[in-house]
Design a protein around this ligand. Sequence first.
Ligand SMILES: C[S@@+](CC[C@H](N)C(=O)[O-])C[C@H]1O[C@@H](n2cnc3c(N)ncnc32)[C@H](O)[C@@H]1O
Length: 153
Amino acid sequence: MQAVLRVLAAGRDVAEMGTAYGETAAVVAETARSVVTVERDPERAAIARERLAGFDNVELLEGDVYDELRDRGPFGLVFVDGGLRPVDPARWEAIFALVEPGGILFKDDMTPGRPVEGDEVREFFLRDPRLVATEILVTPEMAAIVAVKLRAG
Ligand SMILES: C[S@@+](CC[C@H](N)C(=O)[O-])C[C@H]1O[C@@H](n2cnc3c(N)ncnc32)[C@H](O)[C@@H]1O
């Protein structure tokens, strides 16, 4: 999953929802132009801050991702991790607004082989006509959704 994100992030401005301990942010920062990552848990944020201290292109924000990223972006890649569920239309629009036209939304931790119907996350990502999206198998046990925001017109 991190290897895929590292590739997708290359040269882009990246936002990560949920830093946790900063493991993925550190990998993505190797190729991204910039990374803004948000964590609401102060203890996790403190550990991540230490891990990410050496990266000039990483900004770690502490708080709720929807508050912290409201006036930021748009980003070329948004890693949709913490704070997604339960998905509702307002949250979905807030996430959608973070991505620039032609930019990418990435969601991991999907159980492979499940139907779209009745799966709140799959329905938002895979049925939104403003996106082109598909699932990829990242490991035998984990799928991810990669979605590109269509350019208007
Ligand atoms: C699966 S972990 C993130 C892992 C990290 N993205 C990585 O790959 O290394 C999810 C994190 O999201 C954080 N989180 C959940 N809801 C959040 C929210 N609304 N705003 C900010 N962080 C949130 C949790 O505290 C948790 O640390």
